[in-house]
Structure formats: structure tokens, C-alpha cells
Design a protein around this ligand. Structure first.
Ligand SMILES: NC(=O)c1ccc[n+]([C@@H]2O[C@H](COP(=O)([O-])OP(=O)(O)OC[C@H]3O[C@@H](n4cnc5c(N)ncnc54)[C@H](OP(=O)(O)O)[C@@H]3O)[C@@H](O)[C@H]2O)c1
Length: 422
């Protein structure tokens, strides 16, 4: 039986989950896989802190070099989180020839080139299944199972916190702030929820996924990002009347040689498989030229689901004779500045003769064709009514330009939500 000596960077929710899985399932896994693991050192900030699983205190240290420079440790598992010092530690471990298994999408997405270069130079392995969608084996699918495909598009619900919030808003007609408060009380949202609700977390994951899908590095700063903080119960309810469900989607498509990558609130038809992905679950809907459409679904977070992906990577790293690096070219990628989709537009429009004609005219001037329109409720005290438009497929830029040309005398409080119906 091969025994591999490993070190941890971090031992919070996920680190404790990995330790627990190795302790409770390690023997059975060793019998199946022919490899066992011995944890030698665990870096934490505070070795005296009480942890979510019984960890022998002799393993804990607050000195990174005791993990990174120990010659006996051949695989380093990183789940300390954040950009730094995690990214530097990953690079140091790789340069020292230690393979790295990480759950850290932020460090990976923001330091992709340096991390890949460090792995390439030393020949050490880099494994990151847990960095995107927790337990769902989407990285393995992209790098191994779908190799024979040209991926044309992927759309994912890749942040559980925002999906929980939007699912409850949709089910209960509740307001964003009310549900966010509940999510924080339940530990489903951080005290500072910015990374989730503003779409940063999804953008890091989309950078990794789309780079693997299109074999070119899609830098996170080139991803269009819009969070869910502006979403209202009214938008969710109006969408439902059109047979649409609201999700925070990460969308990546390759069209005519350029790549679009975007994270924003998105309506999908109720009949789309992504519409039924509720609460904290994640899913990625992939379209490949040979495999057609498929959806990967499961738990995108949590200690044991994430540990499941990390320990699987650990076994893969331990058994590999040779470590493959992602087939991603570092040449600069051509990102689309515009894209086409259906747009849901809600506005308070002046309830006066000729206004509807003028609003429709602004859209028409930009070549945006209206598929349907409804008026909701009665006119307010200022003489405005809620109008909702669904456009036919239209350029994002053209819709924006048409809306910019509608001043307060015509319409105000304009809200735009994209619709992905393919
Ligand atoms: N939570 C999830 O469901 C989930 C799912 C998928 C991926 N991930 C990723 O997994 C990673 C870890 O998440 P988590 O929820 O386990 O975080 P966490 O509970 O905050 O744990 C972080 C651990 O890292 C240690 N640490 C942080 N900064 C350190 C530093 N500068 N020096 C030494 N130790 C340091 C902490 O030490 P102390 O314990 O002493 O404070 C703690 O043990 C993140 O990259 C996250 O994005 C999490």
C-alpha cells in the first residue's frame, strides 16, 4: 500500500471536512484505491481555536514553512481561502515540487498564469475540482470527459447563496433584504455578503470554467459582472407571469471566434432545466458539438460535499505518474463587447397619449423589436404606470442605447434583465 504524506493549508469548514472524510472513509478508500494518506502538518491562524472536528493539536502550526518546506510532504491541500497569502503559498508549494489540491477559486482565478507556470516548471500537479461547484465533477468533465467536444456554450448556477435568495424570493414573493437577512442567520450568507451577491464569486468560477471550456484563458477582469442587489420582488413576480424564473447565471459562449463571459441576473423559461435548480444547489448546463446538451447538478458548497471533490483530487494526484496541466492557451483572448439575447425591460412610463408610441419608437430606432408588452397595475400619483416589455433577440448595446434615450418625461426607474432561452 502506497502511503502519501500530506499537509493542509487551513482547517476551517472545509479543512475539517477533509480531515473528517479521511478519518472516517480513509480505510475503505485505501482498500479501493491502493493508496492511504497521513496528515503531517496543518497551517492555521490560531492553533488554539476550537475546531468543527477533533484535530490532534500536535498537527497544528501557525508557521507556513512547516508545511511548505517539509520534504516529507508531497501533496499540499489548500483551503485557507482568499487571494493572499494563499496564492503565494500555492506557488511556493508547486515550485518546491509538491502537488497542490485547492478549493480556492479566488486565488486560482486571480493568479492563473503564475500558478500554471509554477506547476509547469516543476512538473508538480495542480488539482482544483472543488474550486467550482463543490461536489459536482464539472472540472473533471471539462478536462477529461468532454475532450472530444468543441464546447459552444455553458450556463451555470454556480453560487448557492444567491440561488437560495432568488429561490425564496420567487417562492414567497419576499424582498431581497428580508431573505438576505435569513440567509445570514442560517449561515448560508457571509456577514459581508458582497462576494456572493455582487457576483464576484461566480465570476472567479466562470473564469476557470470558461478557460477550460474554450481552451483560452478568460481573465476574471474581462467578465461582465452584475449582482442581485438591485433585483426586486416585483421583477421576480413579473417574470413569473411571462413563464420565466430568475437566476444569477454565469454564461459563457463562443460565437464567431470571440468569447462572451458574463454573470448577471437572468430569466430562464420555467421549462428550462436550470429553472428547477433551487435553493443552495448548483448546476451547469453545457452544450458541446458532439455531446449535445447536458446538465451537471448537485451540492455546490458545504464541508463534506466540497471535501468529496478535494479527496477525489487527492487520490488522483497521489496515483498520477504524470500530472496534466489544463489545455488552456495563454494567448490573449478576444472577448465580445456586445451580445444578443432577449431582454426583459420594466419601466414606469408616463401614462399619457403618445408615450407608448414614443417608447416603442426609441426601441425601433435602435433596431430593437418588441415581442410583447403588458401594463401592470394602475397609474401612480405622479401619473406613471408599470410597463413590461419582452424584446426579440437584440443586441445589448442597442437596448442600452434605446433606454438611454428615454428621459424622465417618458419613463423612469428602468430595469433590464436578460433572458436566456436557448
Ligand atoms: N465553505 C464552502 O462551502 C466552500 C465550498 C467550496 C469552496 N470553498 C473554498 O474553500 C476555502 C476555505 O473555505 P472555508 O469555508 O473552509 O473557510 P474558513 O472556515 O474561513 O477556513 C479558513 C482556514 O484557513 C486558515 N487561515 C486563513 N488565513 C490564514 C492565514 N493567513 N494563515 C494561516 N491560516 C489561515 C484559518 O485558520 P483559523 O481556523 O485559525 O482561523 C482557517 O482554518 C475557500 O477558498 C473557499 O472559497 C468553500
Amino acid at each position: 500500500m502506497k502511503e502519501i504524506v500530506i499537509g493542509f493549508l487551513g482547517c476551517g469548514n472545509i479543512g475539517c471536512g477533509v480531515y473528517r472524510l479521511l478519518e472516517t472513509h480513509g480505510q475503505e478508500m485505501a482498500a479501493n484505491e491502493g493508496v492511504s494518506f497521513a496528515v503531517r502538518r496543518i497551517l492555521v491562524r490560531d492553533p488554539k481555536k476550537k475546531r468543527g472536528w477533533e484535530i490532534p493539536s500536535v498537527l497544528l502550526t501557525d508557521r507556513a514553512e512547516e508545511v511548505l518546506e517539509d520534504p516529507q510532504i508531497s501533496i499540499v491541500m489548500e483551503f485557507m481561502g482568499g487571494e493572499e497569502p494563499a496564492a503565494s503559498y500555492i506557488i511556493r508549494a508547486l515550485r518546491a515540487g509538491k502537488s497542490v489540491v485547492t478549493a480556492n477559486k479566488m486565488a486560482l482565478a486571480t493568479h492563473w498564469d503564475e500558478i500554471i507556470a509554477a506547476a509547469r516548471e516543476s512538473g508538480a500537479g495542480l488539482y482544483y475540482e472543488a474550486s467550482v461547484c463543490g461536489a459536482i465533477p464539472i472540472i473533471r468533465a471539462m478536462t477529461d470527459s468532454l475532450q472530444a467536444n468543441r464546447i459552444t456554450s455553458l450556463m451555470g448556477i454556480i453560487n448557492g447563496t444567491t440561488n437560495y435568495i432568488l429561490s425564496r424570493m420567487s417562492r414567497e414573493g419576499a424582498d431581497y433584504s428580508e431573505v438576505l437577512g435569513d440567509a445570514q442567520r442560517l449561515g448560508l450568507a457571509e456577514p459581508d455578503p458582497t462576494a456572493d451577491v455582487e457576483g464576484y464569486d461566480a465570476a472567479y468560477k466562470l473564469s476557470i470554467l470558461s478557460s477550460l471550456a474554450f481552451h483560452r484563458h478568460v481573465p476574471v477582469e474581462k467578465i461582465y459582472r452584475e449582482g442581485i442587489t438591485g433585483v426586486t420582488a416585483l421583477d421576480v413576480a413579473c417574470g413569473r407571469e411571462f413563464g420565466l424564473t430568475l437566476k444569477l447565471l454565469a454564461v459563457a459562449k463562443e460565437e464567431n471566434g470571440s468569447i462572451q463571459a458574463r454573470v448577471h441576473p437572468t430569466f430562464v423559461p420555467d421549462s428550462h432545466p436550470l429553472a428547477s435548480v433551487s435553493d443552495a444547489f448548483n448546476a451547469v448546463f453545457v452544450n458541446g458539438h458532439a455531446c449535445g446538451e447536458m446538465m451537471f447538478y448537485g451540492r455546490g458548497a458545504g464541508d463534506l460535499p466540497t471535501a468529496s471533490a478535494l479527496v477525489s483530487d487527492l487520490v488522483k494526484a497521489a496515483k498520477a505518474d504524470h500530472h496534466s496541466l489544463p489545455a488552456v492557451s495563454s494567448q490573449s483572448v478576444f472577448m465580445a463587447e456586445d451580445w444578443e439575447c432577449v431582454h426583459f425591460v420594466r419601466m414606469l412610463a408616463k401614462d399619457e397619449p403618445g408615450v407608448l408610441r414614443d417608447v416603442a419608437g426609441r426601441f425601433a430606432d435602435e433596431g430593437v423589436s418588441i415581442a410583447s408588452m403588458v401594463q401592470k397595475g394602475k397609474r401612480d400619483e405622479g401619473g406613471y404606470v408599470q410597463l413590461i416589455f419582452l424584446t426579440h433577440r437584440a443586441s445589448e448595446k442597442h437596448v442600452r442605447r434605446a433606454l438611454e434615450r428615454m428621459d424622465g418625461s417618458l419613463a423612469r426607474e428602468i430595469c433590464v434583465i436578460r433572458v436566456e432561452n436557448e
